[in-house]
Ligand binder design. Structure first.
Ligand code: SAM
Length: 207
């Protein structure tokens, strides 16, 4: 494993971030501050990056699956789980969205700090680009996620999805409602340059 480009501490955990892996930023921390998890919950952390949200979730729930399309992220997240004594609480998969998951596994909570920013053609071609670039309108990954996530939720399961006002928050809320969820904004943080980070919670209403 290469030398970490960054080492950070959060809530008693220590996370190393390696080259080609997303470095936790304002969106990760807003997400982390709003994770309400109870023991026994089965949690999926999609797009785990260095594993910060998976680690925090595992501390409370003990049953976490961490998935990322980036193989360097999966490796980094695994090492961070080891470093923090969480190996027996988190399983790891490399895969594109839900592609690597079995169809008979359902979650109480799905977390996704998604790539949500508008981008130009080619910007998603590096691993770091892929962590933020959401296509022309920023919705490429977000819309796919909204269309597919209900198949992996238990009845009354929940989703927490991070995005930004640059990507159309109302469109996301409408998209979830069309798929049978109730949805609302549960946390926000204003950033410089006319952007607000928005954490959306969606509850699956179909039993
Ligand atoms: C904004 S980063 C968030 C990383 C971490 N969860 C955090 O909060 O710091 C988005 C992550 O999603 C991953 N990702 C992007 N598209 C994906 C896809 N289609 N399937 C799985 N993971 C994906 C990226 O590789 C990246 O690690």
């Amino acid at each position: 494993m290469p030398y970490p480009i960054k080492r950070l501490s959060f809530d008693g955990f220590c996370f190393d971030v390696y080259e080609d892996v997303y470095e936790p930023a304002e969106d990760s921390f807003l997400f982390a501050e709003n994770l309400h998890i109870t023991p026994g919950m089965r949690v999926l952390d999609l797009g785990t990056g260095c594993g910060i949200l998976a680690g925090l979730a595992a501390k409370k729930s003990g049953q976490v699956l961490a998935v990322d399309v980036n193989p360097f992220a999966v490796r980094c997240a695994k090492e961070n789980a080891q470093r923090n004594g969480l190996c027996d609480r988190i399983a790891f998969l490399r895969g594109d969205m839900f592609g690597a998951l079995r169809l008979d596994v359902w979650f109480d909570l799905v977390l996704f700090n998604a790539p949500y920013l508008p981008s130009e053609v080619g910007e998603e071609e590096t691993w770091i680009g892929r962590s933020w670039a959401g296509g022309v309108d920023g919705r490429l990954v977000v819309d796919r996620f909204i269309a597919e996530v209900s198949a992996y939720l238990k009845p009354a399961g929940r989703v927490l999805l991070m995005q930004s006002t640059l990507t159309g928050v109302e469109k996301t809320l409408r998209g979830f409602r069309q798929q049978g969820f109730s949805a609302c904004v549960v946390a926000e943080r204003c950033l410089p340059f006319f952007e607000t980070l928005t954490l959306i919670e969606a509850k699956y209403m179909i039993a």
